[in-house]
Design a protein around this ligand. Sequence first.
Ligand SMILES: Nc1ncnc2c1ncn2[C@@H]1O[C@H](COP(=O)(O)OP(=O)(O)OP(=O)(O)O)[C@@H](O)[C@H]1O
Ligand SMILES: [Mg+2]
Length: 524
Amino acid sequence: MNTPTARQPDIAVEMRDIVKRFPGVVANDHVTFIALRGEIHALLGENGAGKSTLMNVLSGLYTPEEGEIFINGEKVVFHSPRDAIAAGVGMVHQHFRLVPTLTVIENVILGLDDPKFRLKLEGARAKIQSLSEQYGLKIDPDAFIWQLSVGEQQRVEIIKALYRGAQILILDEPTAVLTPQETEELFRTLRSMAEKGHTIIFISHKLDEVMAIADRVTVLRQGKVVATVAIDEVNKEKLAEMMVGRPVIFRIEKPEIEPGEEVLRVEDLHVRNDKGLPALQGVSFVVREHEIVGVAGVSGNGQTELAEALYGLRPVEKGRIFLYGRDITQASTRDIIREGVAQIPEDRHREGSVGNMGISENLIMKHYRRSPVSRGPLIDWGYVRDFARKLVKRFNIAAPSIHTKARLLSGGNLQKLILARELSSEPGLIIAMHPTQGLDVGATESVRKQLLEEREKGAGILLISEDLDEVMQLSDRILVIYEGQIMGETPGEGADRNEIGLMMAGENRSGTGDTSLQRNTSNA
Ligand SMILES: Nc1ncnc2c1ncn2[C@@H]1O[C@H](COP(=O)(O)OP(=O)(O)OP(=O)(O)O)[C@@H](O)[C@H]1O
Ligand SMILES: [Mg+2]
């Protein structure tokens, strides 16, 4: 490649020598990043490598300490996202910023300087419809946000950016929360945007997706650029190695182990969701020691409610839950924890951690009433520091110190923190919900290994995940959930993807095949 200059016509974005520091970290350390017009450019890197920070700089959320930004060859200085949007840069964050009680149209035009808000609605509707047709973004302009699926909400965010004239669209881990079908649709949209000359910058940890959709890739490691490469010069293994700095094994060994005693038994469970509608309608299954039972399904089919009911966070309407044969149907979360149940929750910010507490406090949260953390009423801070340091090392949590507040951790490092706390409690039952979502390849590998280790040690694991590859790779048995019911069960070994896919779409196979448990309990 020639030495890039800001004047080259096909360069849409040039970030030159960007430095962005936070207390104790250089999140972006002299980063130079170039994205071309009409390309899909993936940004890769380990958790905490500085990807979100760099894109927050480009979208005007952060001001860098050093460096320059050029958009279409023009030097720009952004003081806010508004400035960035005016220059044609829009960003879709991983946590959407939509108002649930407003409609799609209202959300799209919200915040635009326009005194005649009401009059504007009709014009907006036409424009939204035309954008939606042009880019294949199916959406009902009059639907309320709360009625929409996650995938649809993401479409609204994209339309919102396009409506404001975004030529450069940044998406931070856009597929982490999407179903495989929604991901396909999003990719079609992104391709059609690129064909029309937009620049797409897309952060992801899913290397298969990056290989499938990106034209070029920039890899960051510890705040620095490792390289920018064309996609046809690399493969998945090479990308992983560039990110982590060592080869990554994608296949992991899962030893044969006979399952032991029953750890969890769920019988005819009925639970309602937040809107008072049935979320689980007669779910029954068993998890034994040394066993990973996968629950596959498109999100929103009762998985969240299942995990919450098992952890004592949601009332059970009908049915029974047994832990080691003891009825815990009405037990409190605190008792359930005391019985040795660990949970890796779906929402890491709300349920999994206390943002304003440090790493070490977050790590001992489950243990602080007990020895050796507490001696009588006093907490042994020396012990806590040692304990925290060991876990930070074992789980490879990247942070300036064990006192860093949880809310300042990158997405992946926060997940590692929760895993460290939960797995260090030597649980008998682990309820793991999307345990590797948002984790980089190295961390994903290590979390999967840890779960397999817990299985060897004797834990029973309920693995709730939308990632079929993950479910198939780790599970001894797979249950497929659809609209609050188990559609069927298959052994993990040699499971048929298509078969699982059909059940995920609602085809009931529970009457056939090797589903002994189903037959015993499903007509209860
Ligand atoms: N607002 C902030 N205050 C303090 N430190 C921060 C802040 N935002 C990010 N950091 C730190 O900067 C570094 C880079 O974080 P960033 O969120 O950019 O990583 P990332 O590459 O997006 O990681 P992930 O894949 O986990 O999302 C991390 O060490 C993180 O803890
Ligand atoms: Mg990030």
